[in-house]
Design a protein around this ligand. Structure first.
Ligand code: NAP
Length: 445
């Protein structure tokens, strides 16, 4: 039997485990996660109102319930107190696949970024997704106008969540605190701002269109900002063409007089966050112009957009894991076809899949082919890897290292506790949002 550890139980970890057990009947997989809950960004990143995407948890669950797959929650791989160092983990299994995603956000690197009221979209998403590390930072207190920097799908998600009403969010599994805060919000305007033109926006048309269908909210687009780069004067790729059709349609719609607006802006590069009474009060943008090659140049003209909340939605970034090589420029682990590269050569027994391998791009399904490539490399190395002596069951070694994993039954107990909480609140399932409550529920199993 080949014993494999997969670190991370998000889509890339689950697809890796699935591919391994489907392709080789002689493989057993432990899927480790530092959280007591599985599913990674499907649980803690996909917006709560995207129920269809959330329902993917059902197929990931099937993987984790496979007879040769075992979920071990509450196991943090890495140095430091309570962690399992990479080298120690490597000795417990024939192979380890790191599917740890891109756990942090990219920075803007402009003055004022640290002002109170300025957050990464990741922090905001974590809060409304009940991530146990997220803080209730009073994101919405006193906010009339918000600026979302970036025009990718995460920017669309947070803009939509900012304007959704409590009635629309109540049926979701959003934590009660976040629901109450959004219900009390007096926010009237969200400015979602791209530094380049509409043809360079990264959102997908389905997600974009959804903004136009939100009750009580209108989308405002300035026709003057729908200019195309001369480089785009030929046929645009279908996705970009469809985005432009949607934007052009919105640009000619008369105002509807509803109470909330999402203003979609383009050709504005953030240069500074301006303070007002010790917290963010506005974002200063420099107007840009197309440079003829899909990029932009500054024009020396500036515009200040008032905002008491700024969400930087400019992409995720991988975090180095002690003991694993890391390419700081790309925020990924160097690899060849999924094999981790150490000192210029592929290191048999150590693999990567998902965002830590290829960077934070693509949709959830992109992780399937990514995992398949990595598993192909691993299975090719298997005859050599299988010669190593490893423990029959790594859990005993984890316990000896002072780590008590949360088993699948512990996660099922968390699910039951979330259903009970929802029933008490007169809602459906409501997520538990702090470590103590999650671990208490898990231990009740
Ligand atoms: P993204 O798609 O890479 O978009 C990042 C945005 O930030 C771009 O508009 C980018 O503009 C802008 N940006 C980067 N640096 C900037 C700077 N210094 N100043 C101003 N703007 C800056 O990232 P994401 O939205 O975080 O999404 C990550 C991945 O998750 C994507 O593959 C996305 O499709 C996926 N996702 C999918 C869904 C869904 O399917 N519903 C939901 C959420 C996320 P430039 O293009 O000019 O660099």
């Amino acid at each position: 039997m080949l014993r494999v550890a997969v670190v991370g139980s998000g889509p890339s970890g689950c697809y890796t485990a699935q591919n391994l057990v489907q392709r080789d009947a002689e493989v057993r997989v432990d899927v480790l996660d530092r959280l007591p809950c599985p599913y990674g960004l499907v649980r803690y990143g996909v917006a709560p109102d995207h129920e269809k995407i959330k329902s993917l948890q059902g197929s990931l669950r099937t993987v984790l319930e496979h007879e040769r797959v075992r979920f071990l929650g509450g196991v943090r791989v890495g140095d430091g107190a309570g962690g399992l160092p990479v080298q120690r983990l490597r000795g417990l299994y024939h192979a380890v696949v790191y599917c740890v995603g891109a756990a942090t956000d990219r920075r803007l690197g402009i003055p004022g970024e640290e002002l109170p009221g300025s957050w990464s979209a990741t922090e905001f998403v974590s809060w409304y997704s009940a991530h146990p590390d997220a803080a209730d930072a009073g994101f919405l207190r006193g906010v009339r106008s918000a600026v979302v920097i970036g025009v990718g799908n995460v920017a669309v998600d947070v803009s939509r969540m900012l304007v959704r009403s409590a009635a629309e969010l109540r049926p979701t599994d959003m934590p009660q605190g976040a629901l109450d805060a959004l219900a009390a919000s007096e926010l009237a305007e969200v400015h979602m701002v791209g530094r380049r033109g509409p043809a360079q926006a990264r959102f997908t048309t389905k997600e974009l269109r959804e903004l136009g269908a939100l009750p009580g909210t209108e989308v405002v687009v300035d026709p003057a900002e729908l200019t195309l780069d001369p480089a785009d004067s030929g046929a645009l790729p279908p996705g970009q063409r469809r985005n432009l059709e949607v934007l052009r349609d919105w640009a000619v719609r008369p105002p509807s007089g509803v109470s909330r607006r999402i203003r979609l802006r383009f050709f504005l590069r953030p240069v500074e966050l301006l303070a007002d009474d010790g917290r963010v009060g506005a974002v200063r943008f420099e107007r840009t112009a197309p440079d003829g090659q899909g990029g932009v140049t500054g024009t020396g003209r500036y515009e200040d957009v008032p905002a008491q909340l700024v969400l930087r939605s400019v992409g995720y970034r991988g975090v180095p894991l002690d003991g694993l090589p890391f390419d700081a420029a790309s925020g990924t682990v160097p690899h060849v076809a999924g094999r981790v590269v150490r000192g210029g050569t592929a290191s048999p027994g150590e693999y990567v899949a998902g965002w830590i391998k290829r960077g934070p791009t693509g949709v959830i399904g992109s992780n399937r082919s990514c995992a398949k490539e990595t598993v192909t490399s691993l299975l090719a190395d298997a005859p050599v890897l299988a010669r190593a002596e490893v423990p029959e069951d790594a859990v005993a070694a984890l316990r000896a290292a002072g780590i008590e994993p949360v088993p699948w039954g512990g996660w099922l107990a968390i699910e039951r506790a979330e259903a009970e909480l929802g029933a008490r609140l007169g809602r459906s399932v409501v997520k538990l949002s702090d470590w103590d409550t999650l671990l208490e529920a898990a231990r009740s199993a």
